[in-house]
Design a protein around this ligand. Structure first.
Ligand code: PEP
Length: 250
């Protein structure tokens, strides 16, 4: 039985006092046992604080990025081992902003995935097409290539520590959401692609999240689709009320 997950990607938002405010609201309203694993991804500077503050709650902490090396002369970078040492359980890799703005390639992402898994981090691996790729009917090819180059050189045993997030780039931060049918179609395709390479047992167990303008108003309908196992939430994760409404949409 695969896990439902709702993960909030705070991106480069929330300084320490804003983080404290958001945490207080989240903790106040997260009393009932959620139907999904809840994850929040603050900035590097707030990871340890968030981890400590959430101790005793079911909420897990994710990092938004990491460097692929164990340590060394990489000024400004953070390694997987540093993340686990401050209580981080997940790392988001391959987010479209990292791919587009920071020019992260599939080859680099494959190295990051390897390092994360080796250091006992769970990976939330993001894939998704741009608008012109969908319009030219290339979206399945794009996603298949991102998966095969960035993720598929892991072992069968590693899959228990992998979550996939399908995030069509045209739906991120735009207010435009993929329809539940479009999300289901791509999620089913991703599961089939995993199955062809690693077998149906692994494909049935891997959680596939949808990301792209998920809000309280549309979460239920999207999460109801057979192959959608939750969401990766950007903008709406910055408001406790909205994020928790999404968490409670299962
Ligand atoms: C994201 O950045 O992962 C995301 C899904 O953002 P938003 O929910 O704001 O579209």
């Amino acid at each position: 039985m695969r896990k439902n997950i709702v993960a909030g990607n705070w991106k480069m938002n929330n300084d320490l006092s804003e983080t404290e405010e958001l945490l207080a609201q989240l903790k106040q309203h997260l009393e009932q046992e959620p139907q999904a694993e809840v994850i929040v991804a603050p900035s590097f500077t707030n990871l340890y604080h968030v981890f400590q503050s959430l101790a005793g709650t079911p909420v897990k902490v994710a990092a938004q990025n990491m460097h692929e090396s164990e340590n060394g002369a990489f000024t400004g970078e953070v390694s997987a081992k540093m993340l686990t040492s401050v209580g981080v359980k997940y790392v988001i890799l391959g987010h479209s902003e990292r791919r587009a703005i920071f020019k992260e390639t599939d080859e680099l992402l494959a190295k990051k995935v390897t390092s994360a898994l080796k250091n006992d981090l769970q990976v939330i691996f993001c894939v998704g097409e741009e608008l012109d790729q969908r319009k030219s009917d290339n979206h399945f090819n794009v996603v298949e290539e991102q998966l095969s180059k960035g993720l598929f050189n892991i072992s069968k045993e590693d899959w228990k520590n992998v979550v996939i997030a399908y995030e069509p780039v045209w739906a991120i931060g735009t207010g435009e959401t993929a329809s539940p049918e479009q999300a289901q179609e791509m999620h089913a395709f991703i599961r089939k692609t995993v199955s062809e390479k690693f077998g149906s047992e692994i494909a049935e167990e891997v959680s596939i999240l949808y990301g792209g303008s998920v809000k309280p108003a549309n979460a239920k309908e999207i999460f109801a689709k057979e192959d959608v196992d939750g969401g990766l939430i950007g903008g709406a994760s910055l408001k406790a009320e909205d994020f928790l409404a999404i968490v409670h949409s299962f």
